[in-house]
Ligand binder design. Structure first.
Ligand SMILES: *[C@@H]1O[C@H](CO)[C@@H](O)[C@H](O)[C@H]1NC(C)=O
Ligand SMILES: *[C@@H]1O[C@H](CO)[C@@H](O)[C@H](O)[C@H]1NC(C)=O
Ligand SMILES: *[C@@H]1O[C@H](CO)[C@@H](O)[C@H](O)[C@H]1NC(C)=O
Ligand SMILES: *[C@@H]1O[C@H](CO)[C@@H](O)[C@H](O)[C@H]1NC(C)=O
Ligand SMILES: *[C@@H]1O[C@H](CO)[C@@H](O)[C@H](O)[C@H]1NC(C)=O
Ligand SMILES: *[C@@H]1O[C@H](CO)[C@@H](O)[C@H](O)[C@H]1NC(C)=O
Ligand SMILES: [Ca+2]
Length: 542
């Protein structure tokens, strides 16, 4: 509902009426309504969601591999029921004989639009592939359906096949606009043989394992091409487990589970679907090599009923700049209403909730400054009053922030100059090298404070004359100032490798010949043991 300017008493009455009507028509169907209170009419807010729609009208269809669609060049095909009647021809250049992918999503001319029983009045239109002329190479086809929007299934996905259903196929889904995919359901006439999975039905599932990905043989066995044309992904039956059976009489039960059961909402959510067709209908047990023109795929309709996922913050979903998007309420924004609008980030964003039934909780975004006059820039949901010093302060600041208003970065983090104060990315980790830096703090541009001999923004490099060894330590030798003498070579800046007969830090001393007394060396030795004794004493004393 839209607030109009100059709302007169009549209009207010009407709005109140409409609001009540909307609420009585269905749960979660309106985001707000004007209610009369002692202080006059005020808005009340509710969790809300858009209506379910036939999503085939918004889907982008992509078919792979290229050249899988029949008709270029023209090709004749037969049917499984009568393999000797091969009068039909697919020809992409003649509209009446072409079978492009768009015909999977068009409205059938009559018979209520959906050819569920195949006896709709008008001609059934369908996409069709080339025939299996390259047998035994598998006949493979992928159909990718994309919406570029998170959607939530509200009813079964139904795919209608003409000329027989595939004997092996997989339904995949993506939650991230096609970047990653996961299997949704496997279909085969023999699940064990095709996928090594025992055959199951949705009827075998219980509340605890309703999100299990199963392989079903229910839609892949040969029953004649005209008797059963549909392959389903059963949504209603799964809902029924929580909603009091297939009639879905107890939607509260389902919605309560949606809130409490991990992964349940995501299970019904998707942005893309993909049908992987792996083997066509055979009309029997074997492939007849002498008539491969009767094997192909043909799909006349794909029905996907779903609603836009708006996180219970919108009751309308509209096409904006060619993209489906939620019409966000509750001062949220974004394609899925998954953020608070600018200036409404007093608390961090939360999806609306189905609970408590029947109206749920809107979890609206609050204007900055409205929560006990304490702005937390969206990094905290709670404020606390500290009587002792008479201030209101944010509690448990998130996103690595701290401070009365969560306006500072935590120790070891610095302010992201390109982010607003209410941005989740406002604080960046300093990442100071523990061994090379004096402490975890850094300055406003992320530079850490380094120990002697250490350098670099994060204190992970050594200054000249130093070598990294769990921190930077001064060199004993190097190539410039502390040169090893008498042909010695410097090893990792830490010691001179002396030629035979030489010793000392820089190989400056001659080693005593074996057996002969060597005064300088023995005195050196004495001095050395004296030092050792001293350090031992010191360590005992300290
Ligand atoms: C279908 O998609 C799957 C998964 O991305 C891919 O491995 C396969 O090659 C595709 N098949 C065809 C025929 O494009
Ligand atoms: C998909 O939607 C996003 C908005 O969320 C838009 O920026 C992008 O252009 C759309 N992509 C396509 C292919 O329509
Ligand atoms: C689901 O759980 C029920 C009851 O716990 C069990 O009988 C059934 O075998 C399970 N189904 C699957 C597919 O694991
Ligand atoms: C959202 O902000 C508008 C002002 O832009 C305000 O009138 C409205 O009441 C707010 N709605 C909610 C749910 O807070
Ligand atoms: C800084 O904030 C911007 C805007 O939110 C973000 O795109 C960027 O990734 C952030 N930088 C870092 C290093 O996190
Ligand atoms: C942070 O420290 C670096 C290195 O000491 C310095 O170049 C930079 O100017 C400092 N930035 C600020 C904002 O002080
Ligand atoms: Ca059609």
């Amino acid at each position: 509902m839209v607030v109009t300017t100059g709302t007169g008493p009549m209009l207010v009455q009407l709005l109140i009426l409409l609001g009540c009507l909307a609420l009585s028509v269905g749960q979660y169907s309106s985001c707000k309504s004007l209610v009369s209170t002692d202080d006059g009419p005020t808005w009340e807010y509710y969790a809300c969601q858009p209506r379910a729609m036939a999503m085939k009208q918004y889907m982008q269809i992509k078919v792979d591999p290229p050249g899988i669609t029949c008709g270029d060049p023209p090709e004749r095909f037969c049917t499984l029921e009568n393999p000797y009647l091969c009068s039909d021809e697919c020809d992409a250049s003649i509209p009446e004989q072409a079978h492009p992918p768009t015909l999977m999503a068009d409205a059938e001319l009559s018979g209520g639009g959906v050819a569920t029983n195949g006896i709709s009045g008008g001609p059934v239109t369908y996409w069709q592939t080339v025939t299996w002329s390259r047998f035994p190479e598998p006949l493979l086809a992928n159909i990718t359906l994309s919406w570029n929007k998170s959607l939530e299934l509200t009813d079964d996905i139904t795919v209608t096949f003409e000329y027989g259903r595939p004997t092996i196929m997989v339904l995949d889904k993506s939650l991230d606009k096609g970047r990653t995919w996961q299997p949704y359901q496997f279909y085969a006439d023999d699940c064990m043989e095709a996928f090594g999975m025992p055959p199951k039905r949705v009827g075998d599932l219980a509340a605890a394992n309703v999100t299990r990905v199963i392989c079903t043989e229910q839609y892949s066995r040969w029953v004649g091409s005209k008797n059963e044309k549909n392959v389903r992904f059963e949504v209603r039956e799964r809902f029924g487990i929580f909603a009091g059976g297939p009639a879905l009489r107890n939607m509260d039960g389902l919605y309560t589970r949606m809130e409490s059961m991990k992964g349940l909402r995501d299970f019904f959510t998707f942005t893309d679907l993909r049908l992987r067709l792996l083997r066509p209908a055979l009309g029997g047990t074997y492939v007849q090599r002498d008539n491969l023109m009767k094997y192909f795929y043909a799909i006349s309709n794909i029905e996907v009923n779903a609603r836009c996922k708006c996180n219970l913050h919108a009751d309308q979903c509209v096409v904006r700049d060619g993209v489906l998007a939620c019409d966000c309420e509750h001062n949220t924004t974004g394609q899925d209403c998954a953020r608070c609008e600018k200036g409404y980030k007093a608390k961090s964003w939360k999806p609306g909730s189905y609970l408590p039934t029947p109206n749920g909780s809107p979890n609206t975004c609050e204007a900055a400054g409205s929560v006990g006059n304490c702005e937390c820039y969206g990094h905290s949901n709670r404020c606390s009053y500290i009587e002792f010093i008479n201030i209101v302060t944010c509690v448990s600041c998130k996103h690595n922030t701290r401070g009365q208003n969560c306006q500072h970065c935590r120790l070891g983090y610095y302010r992201n100059a390109s982010a607003e104060l209410d941005d989740e990315n406002v604080c960046i980790e300093c990442n100071c090298n523990q061994l090379g830096s004096l402490h975890a703090r850094c300055n406003e541009t992320g530079f850490c404070q380094c120990r002697d001999g250490t350098t670099g923004p994060k204190c992970e490099d050594c200054s000249p004359g130093y070598t990294w060894k769990q921190g930077c330590i001064p060199n004993v030798c190097d190539e410039e100032f502390l040169l090893c003498q008498n042909g010695g070579t410097c090893f990792q800046g830490q010691k001179c490798l002396c030629p035979p007969g030489l010793k000392g830090v820089l190989c400056e001393q001659a080693q005593c010949a074996g057996g002969k007394a060597c005064d300088r060396a023995s005195s050196q030795h004495l001095l050395h043991s004296g030092l050792l004794l001293l350090s031992l004493l010191l360590s005992l004393l300290l």
